[in-house]
Design a protein around this ligand. Structure first.
Ligand code: KE4
Length: 427
């Protein structure tokens, strides 16, 4: 595969940007090789600067549920841009997108728009702390909620899994306010609440994890989290930045029938433009400035172009789209399971709707410990085998892949053929 232009641009980028990228996972560190510079994309395909065409199963890490350059989204943005790009004052489109989100998620009475998923989760935790007057936060090993200090935490050696920084620059004092539990392990949560429940402001979870690969939470586990949070007066926060309007018209909370106290969103609600949001019951959200004491702000929050793209995207997230995504996802999963049954090699798969991960392990993957058993070198070889065959997957075993309304059965069959070919080549 020709890569001269990507290589030249990457060498230039290495002089300009840390690691040559504006977000670490794009640097191909987990799979090796030179990251491809994308020139343009349309529907389910992306074309790089060397003219290589790929079926895109990354979908920009989740936002592109309609596929790239959907004409309605493009028209909404170009229509809005003619009227100016930012005013720093309220605009009607902010009401429109807020209403679209609130109408779809029963647990929401109010939302606040921000510019990224990280801003949404950071703000939701600050709000939970302000609302409860408590400082501790419980999160789960393997879940990612953006790069806020309270989330860049790994389990410490302490008996109560008090957090320690997983990144330089995170103060130990901040890390000490984060407690770590194990995904799909209610006992690990119960132990934390029993020991420090009166200090816990919030428990935050990806209801379908996407950042250790795709791992759905068990329904009983989520129900148990709801009970524990209610019992101890902590807020239950669903981080739906990835799952929101991805796995169900009402997000994962609709899929599971759960009712979190706060929810965070991103990705799809911006249709590819920078948008995040957090929301919940009115009595909680009224604690947010300027009406309440919890401060949060942003120059470009509610930006008219981003609002236009989000409104156009959500308007098309209808029953037909979710039915199509489920049919395509089922076709893919059936195909992978058939390959697994043929005993082609140690392989596992999780899928929720149009979000999935193929794991290179022989074990079922229900939590972080299972993921750590994956053969990441084998995944790297598969990633590059697929790339050579015109298939663009997330460049890490610990990520979720996505389908869009622009994918077809033929795209699914091409991915299945590439997987089967790779496994055959291993023997
Ligand atoms: P952003 O700040 O990247 O918009 O959102 C942070 C975030 C919050 N919560 C969840 C559940 C998320 O998945 C994310 C971001 N997801 C990653 C993909 N693993 C974005 C890709 C990247 O970091 O470049």
């Amino acid at each position: 595969m020709k890569q001269e232009r990507s290589q030249a641009l990457f060498e230039e980028a290495l002089r300009l940007l840390p690691g040559g990228v504006n977000s670490p996972v794009r640097a191909f560190g987990a799979v090796g090789g030179t990251p491809l510079f994308i020139d343009h994309a349309d529907g389910a395909t992306m074309v790089d600067v060397d003219g290589n065409t790929f079926i895109d199963f990354l979908g920009s890490w989740g936002p592109m549920i309609l596929g790239h350059a959907h004409p309605d989204v493009t028209a909404a943005i170009t229509g809005a841009v003619a009227g100016g790009t930012s005013f720093g004052a309220p605009g009607e489109l902010e009401n429109r997108l807020a209403q679209l989100i609130i109408d779809r998620v029963p647990a929401l009475e109010m939302v606040r728009m921000v510019n990224s998923g990280t801003e949404a989760t950071m703000s939701a935790i600050r709000l939970a702390r302000g609302y409860t007057g408590r400082d501790k936060v419980i999160k789960f090993e393997g879940c990612y909620h953006g790069h806020g200090d309270s989330f860049l935490i790994k389990a410490g050696s302490g008996a109560l899994t008090t957090g320690v920084p997983s990144s330089a620059g995170v103060p130990a004092a901040v890390a000490g306010e984060t407690l770590l539990a194990r995904f799909n392990d209610l006992d690990s949560v119960q132990a934390l609440f029993q020991a420090q429940g009166s200090e816990v402001a919030a428990l935050i979870i990806e209801p379908v994890a996407g950042n250790m690969g795709c791992i759905p939470a068990g329904a009983a586990f989520l129900a148990g989290l709801r009970e524990l949070c209610t019992q101890h007066g902590a807020l239950l926060v669903f981080d739906e930045v990835m799952t929101g309007f991805r796995v169900h018209p009402q997000g994962a909370q609709g899929l599971y029938g759960s009712t979190p106290d706060l929810s965070t969103f991103g990705k799809i609600i911006g249709g590819g433009l920078p948008v995040g949001a957090y929301g919940g019951r009115r009595e909680i959200m009224q604690q947010v400035a300027p009406v309440g004491p919890v401060y949060q702000a942003g120059t470009l929050s509610g930006n008219p172009l981003a609002m236009a793209a989000g409104c156009a995207t959500l308007a098309l997230c209808d029953g037909n789209l979710y039915a199509k995504l489920e049919a395509l996802g089922r076709r893919l999963e059936d195909g992978v399971r058939k390959i697994i049954r043929r005993g082609a090699g140690e392989l596992s798969m999780n899928r929720v709707g149009s979000m999935f991960t193929i794991f290179f392990t022989g074990r079922d993957v229900a939590g972080y410990a299972d993921v750590l058993g994956c053969d990441t070198d084998r995944f790297g070889r598969f990633f590059h085998h697929a790339l050579e065959k015109g298939i663009y997957l997330p460049p890490s075993q610990f990520e979720a892949a996505f389908l869009s309304g622009a994918h077809t059965e033929d795209h699914i069959d091409q991915l299945l053929a590439v997987l089967a070919d790779f496994l055959k080549g291993e023997h």
